[in-house]
Design a protein around this ligand. Structure first.
Ligand SMILES: [Zn+2]
Length: 334
């Protein structure tokens, strides 16, 4: 009897340890975001002027680049190094995405990689697309996840003055860069109505960028090619190209060409990194050549050592042989 009682006490303690509560202000914001953002689509067609539409499109693109090129490829996975002006630009772009500070997003993403498809994954990828895309981001971390987060190495970001500046002044930056810039500019300089400035400039743009940003953690549900998948199972094949690139990213995340949305080398993120590199703002672009991957796989089979370790080793050897401007070589990056 006592033993059973002890067992249920242990179970209670365990479930408290793993329990995640909703962040209610964030839930409320999310509800508003969806309603007002959808209303923004109506305002966009009904009354917004062209300068507002153009300006908002550029801000939407900047916000997306802040998340994909900035937070994901530069800060979370270190796939290249950036000059200070480029870092400041990407930090400001990321602020317009309204996802939280670079530091907090990177920390969560690193835990997502470390515990991918396990219960401790903050986006609980195994569960469902909606959990990864929406719910996971609206819940507080469980005490267990808080402990795991402390183990995530964030020393590189802690020694990055631009990331730490944004973390310290995030609320102020958010108000100026994300709200005032996007709403005030169409209203004051383009003579647009307050309704168009707010619903298109802020709410609709935020709806698009936040959803694209969340896809970084959930896109593998959409673009991943799963074992046993048959094209005939789904009509999505007409709209979405499925590939193994999402799996590649979770296995070998330090490749600047891995697109967040299932592509490799062809997306706008990869193109922009190449442009930044050609301008000398980005350096040390990391990529995995097919030859190195093949040799790594052969080595893993021959030696019985872990696949990732063997590929990393071969990539290290290949890197030394790669010319510094390999990103300009079409043969190399395609
Ligand atoms: Zn990643």
């Amino acid at each position: 009897m006592e033993k059973t009682g002890q067992k249920s006490v242990d179970q209670d303690a365990d479930s408290i340890h793993k329990k995640r509560d909703a962040i209610w202000p964030l839930v409320l914001f999310y509800i508003h975001l969806n309603i007002l953002g959808v209303y923004g689509i109506y305002v966009l067609f009904a009354s917004a002027t062209w300068p507002t539409i153009l300006f908002t499109s550029v801000l939407t693109l900047f916000g997306t680049l802040g998340v994909t090129v900035g937070v994901h490829r530069l800060w979370a996975h270190r796939t290249f190094t950036a000059s200070k002006p480029l870092k400041v630009f990407l930090m400001l772009c990321q602020t317009t995405a309204g996802q939280g500070s670079i530091y907090s997003v990177v920390q969560a993403h690193r835990l997502h990689h470390a515990k991918f498809q396990q219960n401790e994954d903050p986006y609980y990828s195994k569960h469902s697309f909606m959990y990864a895309q929406v719910r996971g981001g609206l819940l507080r971390y469980s005490p267990q996840q808080e402990e795991l987060l402390k183990e995530i190495d964030m020393s590189d970001l802690e020694s990055d003055a631009i990331v730490m500046f944004q973390k310290k002044f995030y609320v102020l930056l958010y108000i100026f860069v994300n709200i005032l810039l996007s709403v005030n500019t169409p209203f004051q300089y383009f003579g647009d109505s307050l309704s168009a400035s707010m619903f298109v400039g802020f709410w609709l743009r935020s709806l698009i960028v936040i959803n694209l940003g969340n896809l970084v953690n959930s896109s593998h549900f959409i673009w991943s090619l799963h074992k046993g998948f048959k094209p005939a199972d789904s009509n999505s094949i007409f709209l979405i190209t499925k590939s193994y690139w999402p799996q590649f990213h979770y296995l070998l995340p330090r490749d600047y060409q891995s697109g967040e949305f299932g592509s490799y080398a062809t997306g706008i993120g990869s193109a922009m990194i190449r442009v930044f590199a050609a301008l000398d703002w980005a350096k040390d672009l990391k990529t995995y050549g097919s030859v190195a991957v093949r040799q790594g796989l052969t080595k893993a089979v021959e030696t019985g050592r872990p696949i990732v370790e063997c590929i990393e080793e071969e990539v290290g050897l290949e890197e030394n042989a790669l010319p510094a401007n390999h990103f300009l070589n079409r043969e190399k990056f395609m």
